[in-house]
Ligand binder design. Structure first.
Ligand SMILES: [Zn+2]
Length: 257
């Protein structure tokens, strides 16, 4: 069975076709998934509804994504704390992004990120982290947080960067973008990830699927089967071995009983 460690199944893109998307995921052997919040307009409400209706197959992480820091409701921190009091959610997707997709500057993103990391530490919750072009800020944010459990989602760093975070105890989630990371050979990055901290994800519907590697079609949780097959080939493991390894790692990371 496969565990999609990071997606956005609550996204508007799946409105009107959710039963079919989930049936295709089940057909591809995706038995569980972690739906990650963003804090875009209406996103957290959609997650709460999914939690009410699909708790068996879908777990939830909640957080304010760096793309939406400037447009978040003024009371977002109070809302987030209240949701975490009521529901056993994890924290994510949160992080730092220096690309033009982010609506706030890096210093404001950092404030929101640090506050959410503090919250995760206080409550002992695992965190799903997004980082684009802001590794120096990420190092600073994670310094002296020895007990924080976190994963770097859609990870595709250099072997040196992978090694640095591996030493700090990070988990690494590999998705379509990781497996087609331009000039950097994904094999070299994968070789530096401790096997017990490797996860796989689709990031559906967000990450586009590179045509050269994946058959054409939209990104949805069922495509985790393709991610697993590709990652197995690159790590020299059998598909069955990688499937079991990443499922167990993901359950352990998120403390799913
Ligand atoms: Zn995501």
């Amino acid at each position: 069975m496969l565990f999609d460690a990071h997606n956005h199944i609550q996204a508007v893109a799946f409105d009107g076709c959710l039963p079919e998307v989930l049936a295709r995921a089940a057909g591809a052997g995706v038995g569980r998934m972690m739906a990650c919040g963003t804090g875009a307009k209406g996103d957290w409400e959609r997650l709460l509804r999914l939690d009410d209706t699909h708790r068996q197959a879908i777990s939830v992480s909640i957080g304010l994504h760096p793309w939406y820091v400037a447009t978040a409701d003024l009371g977002w921190k109070v809302t987030l704390e209240k949701i975490l009091e009521d529901r056993p959610f994890r924290i994510g997707e949160i992080g730092l992004d220096k690309s033009s997709r982010a609506d706030a500057g890096i210093e404001d993103q950092m404030k929101a990120f640090l506050w959410q990391l503090d919250l995760a530490e206080e409550r002992g919750l695992p965190v799903s982290i997004h980082c684009v072009g802001a590794w120096d800020y990420l190092h600073e944010a994670l310094a002296r947080r020895d007990h924080l459990r976190y994963m770097l989602h859609s990870f595709h760093g250099s072997p040196e960067l992978t090694e640095t975070f591996a030493r700090k105890g990070a988990y690494f989630s590999i998705g379509p973008r990781s497996l087609s990371a331009g000039k950097r050979t994904p094999e070299a990055c994968l070789a530096k990830i401790p096997p017990e901290r490797l996860l796989i994800e689709t990031d559906a519907p967000d990450s586009p699927l590179p045509e050269a590697i994946f058959p054409t079609g939209p990104n949805e949780p069922a495509r985790l089967r393709d991610v697993c097959t590709r990652a197995a080939r690159l790590t020299g493991k059998s598909v069955e071995e990688l499937e079991k390894l990443t499922f167990d790692n993901t359950e352990r990371f998120f403390s799913i009983p």
